[in-house]
Design a binder for this molecule. Structure first.
Ligand SMILES: Nc1nc2c(ncn2[C@@H]2O[C@H](COP(=O)(O)OP(=O)(O)O)[C@@H](O)[C@H]2O)c(=O)[nH]1
Ligand SMILES: [Mg+2]
Ligand SMILES: [Zn+2]
Length: 304
C-alpha cells in the first residue's frame, strides 16, 4: 500500500501524488460509495496499484478541515491577497476572508499588492491597518512602496511559507492573484486581468479543483472567491474567528456573551478604550447580524 495526496479529481478518477512526486491514476473502491463517502482533492490517502495508470484508492485519512468553494480538504495556509488600490483596500472584505479561513482552522497570511502604484498617503493608510492586523497576530506581507518584489524575492518569500503545505489563494478579482502566481511559476501562464476561474489552463470545461505543485508545496485552484457566504458559521463560532475578540471575550460577565447587547461586556469596553480596533468590532457586528438574519435553509441535505 502506498500513501499520497489527491491532487485532482476528474471523471471518476482520482490522481494521487506520492511523496516522490509521482502521480498515480486511481479509482476508488466501491466501499466509499456504499458509505456515501466522497474522496476530496487534498485528501491524504492510501492506495494500491498495478501500474501508474491503474490504481485503487483504498483508504482516506481523517481530515483536519474541509473547505468549500473550492472544495479542498486539509488546507494548511490561506493567502489573502489584498490590493491597496484598484480595487481599494477594504477591511470589511479582508475580515470576511479572514473569517472564512479562521472557521476552518487554516493559517491565514495577508499579502498586500499594488504597493508600487499607491500614493504615499494610500500606502501609509494601509500600512497602519497592516500594523493593527499584525498586533492581533496576523502575518502581513507588505512590500515597500514603489516596489514590486522580483520573481526571486517572491519565490524566496513564498517558498518558506508553502513548502510541504497545501495553500489556497483568495482575494477579490483584480487584487493580483494571477499576477502573483505567474511570478511564482511562469509556466502556469495564467491570464492577467481576467476573472479566470481556474488554474486548470482551460483544458476542461467542467468545473474541477486541481492542486498545482509549486515551491515544494501545493496550491489550490480557487474559483473566484468573491461572494463568501457563511452558511454554517454559528453566532457562537463567529467570535472565535476574531482572535482578539475571542481573547477579550473571556472577561465578559456572561460566558455566552456575543458582545452585542449584553451588559458588562469586556469586548465593548475594550473597543471604547481602543484596545480592540473599532473597525474590527464593526466588521464583527455586521457579520454577526448577517448570521442572525440568515434564513434557515430547508430541503438541503444535512452535512453538505
Ligand atoms: N501596478 C501593479 N499592478 C498589478 C499588481 N498586481 C496585479 N496588477 C494588475 O492588476 C490587474 C489584475 O491582476 P490579476 O493578477 O489578474 O488579478 P486577479 O483577478 O486577482 O487574478 C492586472 O492588470 C495586473 O497587471 C501590482 O502589484 N502592481
Ligand atoms: Mg486571476
Ligand atoms: Zn462580551
Amino acid at each position: 500500500m502506498k500513501e499520497g495526496r489527491i491532487i485532482k479529481a476528474l471523471s471518476g478518477f482520482y490522481y494521487i501524488q506520492t511523496e516522490e512526486k509521482e502521480i498515480y491514476q486511481t479509482r476508488p473502491r466501491g466501499i466509499f460509495r456504499k458509505r456515501n463517502e466522497t474522496p476530496l482533492v487534498g485528501d491524504k490517502v492510501k492506495f494500491t496499484f498495478d501500474s501508474i495508470k491503474e490504481g485503487t484508492l483504498e483508504e482516506i485519512s481523517p481530515r483536519k478541515n474541509e473547505l468549500t468553494r473550492p472544495t479542498v480538504a486539509n488546507v494548511d495556509v490561506g493567502f489573502v491577497i489584498m490590493s491597496i488600490v484598484d480595487p481599494d483596500f477594504s477591511t470589511s472584505l479582508l475580515d470576511r476572508y479572514l473569517v472564512s479561513i479562521e472557521q476552518y482552522d487554516i493559517e491565514p497570511i495577508i499579502y498586500i499588492t499594488k504597493t508600487d502604484i499607491a500614493t504615499a498617503q494610500e500606502y501609509e493608510q494601509v500600512f497602519k491597518l497592516a500594523e493593527q492586523y499584525r498586533a492581533i497576530g496576523y502575518q502581513v506581507i507588505m512590500p515597500e512602496r514603489e516596489t514590486v518584489l522580483s520573481a526571486e524575492e517572491t519565490n524566496a518569500l513564498f517558498g518558506e511559507l508553502v513548502e510541504e503545505k497545501l495553500a489556497v489563494f483568495m482575494g477579490q478579482s483584480g487584487a493580483g492573484k494571477s499576477t502573483l502566481l505567474n511570478r511564482l511559476d511562469p509556466d502556469l501562464g495564467l491570464k492577467i486581468g481576467e476573472t479566470s476561474k481556474s488554474l486548470g489552463r482551460g483544458r476542461h470545461t467542467t468545473r474541477h479543483v486541481e492542486l498545482v505543485p509549486l515551491l515544494g508545496g501545493l496550491i489550490a485552484d480557487t474559483p473566484g472567491f468573491s461572494a463568501i457566504q457563511f452558511d454554517k458559521l454559528t453566532v457562537e463560532d463567529l467570535s472565535s474567528c476574531f482572535p482578539e475578540i475571542w481573547e477579550m471575550g473571556k472577561h465578559c460577565r456572561f460566558s455566552g456573551c456575543i458582545h452585542q447587547n449584553e451588559p458588562d461586556c469586556a469586548v465593548k469596553e475594550a473597543v471604547e478604550e481602543h484596545k480592540i480596533a473599532p473597525f474590527r468590532y464593526t466588521n464583527y457586528l455586521s457579520l454577526l447580524e448577517e448570521i442572525q438574519n440568515r434564513k434557515p435553509r430547508y430541503g438541503k441535505k444535512k452535512g453538505k
